[in-house]
Design a binder for this molecule. Structure first.
Ligand code: G
Ligand code: G
Ligand code: MN
Length: 410
């Protein structure tokens, strides 16, 4: 039986109702949180650790969707039940998004929650035996100190992997995205979701980004010299824009590497675009003036309206993988994708679908006219020295990838 769970709901009445039902079903400890923020803040200290989370969707401040994202960012991967009074199509879309983020979603329950629907969801846990699996990496979560990351940057333990971005009509590679990797000698590989957030919190994001950038620029220059011209995408955190010297600094590094700004795409997450429409907008505009490409990363997760984004100096939007992955079998995702692509086209932005994992999703996005694709279906992120070999293999799959290709040989 379930030992411990957490109910997140802003309504005291609803929360206590759900908690009572859970206890009646035999759950020993029911933790309660009145908001996503509270849940995230207290999660580490909850004892015993919740084996399951019941999360409400509509909450003031951080809503249920954002709460789920935050749980992922913190690597709190716990089975979920999504509860909401909203229409079932919306609940299902959230359920799909949470699944894509790696959560085991036991059920999506329409409120008011009743005993039968809870019981049915609990039964899923027993069936799949997922009950107590809290993400294993979580154990080391608190052990990584800022000082460790600081030293890792100085000791050049941060290296970069590259993931291809390809033209969806032809399958031809246009560029790569640089993704930071940290392999800690004792702890092993640490995921960027964790150390990027740590760097952002601890004032280390500037040196970390420079470390990534100098490697990525050197790599691009090396490929250029061999006649392989690939655009290089680099992720920028919002916190970087606080430093007025950022633009000049990046330009200096570019000059040193002998590269043109037009070969570089800076990816900025949608939520940080919103936050930076104030202070960061000047920096973004300067980057654009100098000829850098500017991409809105994770589009669709930050609740930005296209109109607001259109005011920014962007050249590209990247549709978040939670909308892309599995779209061929989810009508709701397809509607979202089509409207985002449609608006992207009207704003004359390059549209990139990230997280394409299957041929079905590749074909779907291709038929929707998405300009570029990225994802495990094409290639996983890999060390720079593996890219030339991979390119050779990739050449041979172009026929299948092409929009008029049907996989058969002619
Ligand atoms: O493979 P992936 O796990 O690499 O990356 C996880 C997240 O970390 C992605 O959202 C990616 O944007 C982010 N990320 C990876 N490298 C960097 C980086 O150098 N800077 C910033 N700000 N984010 C990065
Ligand atoms: O910066 P951004 O969030 O766009 O970073 C891309 C992230 O997505 C990286 O963590 C990368 O490893 C990951 N990624 C790339 N392709 C796929 C994919 O096909 N499926 C999944 N689940 N993740 C992917
Ligand atoms: Mn990115």
């Amino acid at each position: 039986m379930l030992h411990s769970l957490l109910v997140i709901d802003d309504s005291k009445l609803q929360r206590e109702h759900t908690a009572d039902l859970c206890r009646a079903l035999g759950v020993v400890i029911v933790h309660e949180a009145a908001s996503g923020t509270e849940a995230i803040e207290r999660f580490d200290s909850l004892s015993p650790r919740p084996e399951l989370i019941v999360v409400d969707l509509e909450m003031p401040g951080m809503d249920g969707i954002e709460t789920i994202y935050q749980f992922m960012r913190q690597q709190y991967i716990v089975p979920l039940i999504v509860a909401s009074a909203r229409e079932s199509a919306l609940i299902q879309a959230v359920e799909g998004a949470a699944r894509n983020l790696g959560f085991h979603v036991l059920g999506a329950i329409k409120k008011p929650v009743n005993s039968d629907s809870l019981q049915a969801a609990f039964a899923q846990i027993k069936q799949r035996g997922h009950a107590t699996r809290v993400d294993g990496r979580d154990a080391v979560h608190s052990e990584i100190a800022a000082e460790q990351l600081n030293r890792a940057i100085a000791d050049q333990q941060i290296h970069v992997h590259y993931q291809p971005k390809v033209d969806m009509r032809t399958g031809i590679v246009r560029g790569v995205e640089a993704l930071a990797r940290w392999s800690e000698p004792e702890l092993g590989p640490i995921r960027p979701d964790r150390f990027i957030a740590l760097a952002e919190r601890e004032g280390l994001i500037y040196p970390l980004t420079l470390a990534v950038m100098s490697q990525a620029l050197a790599q691009a220059a090396e490929w250029n010299a061999r006649g392989l011209r690939l655009s290089m995408a680099i992720n920028l955190s919002p916190g970087l824009f606080a430093d007025a010297a950022l633009v000049d600094h990046v330009c200096q590094m570019l000059t040193l590497a002998g590269l043109q700004p037009s070969q570089i795409v800076l990816e900025i997450t949608e939520s940080s675009v919103l936050a930076s429409l104030g202070v960061g907008l000047g920096a973004l505009a300067r980057f654009r003036l100098k000829g850098f490409g500017l991409s809105i990363d994770d589009y669709g997760t930050g609740f930005a309206s296209m109109q607001r984004l259109a005011r920014g100096p962007f050249t590209e939007i990247k549709l978040d993988r939670t909308f892309v992955n599995g779209a061929h079998r989810n009508e709701n995702l397809r509607v979202i994708l089509q409207s985002a692509l449609d608006m992207g086209r009207r704003l004359e932005l390059t549209t990139v679908a990230e997280g394409i994992e299957t041929l079905e999703d590749w074909r779907l996005l291709q038929n929707y006219g998405c300009s570029m694709g990225q994802g495990y279906f094409i290639a996983r992120p890999m060390p720079g020295n593996e890219i030339p070999q991979w390119l050779k293999r990739h050449q041979r799959t172009l026929r299948t990838l092409r929009s008029d290709g049907n996989g058969s040989s002619t």
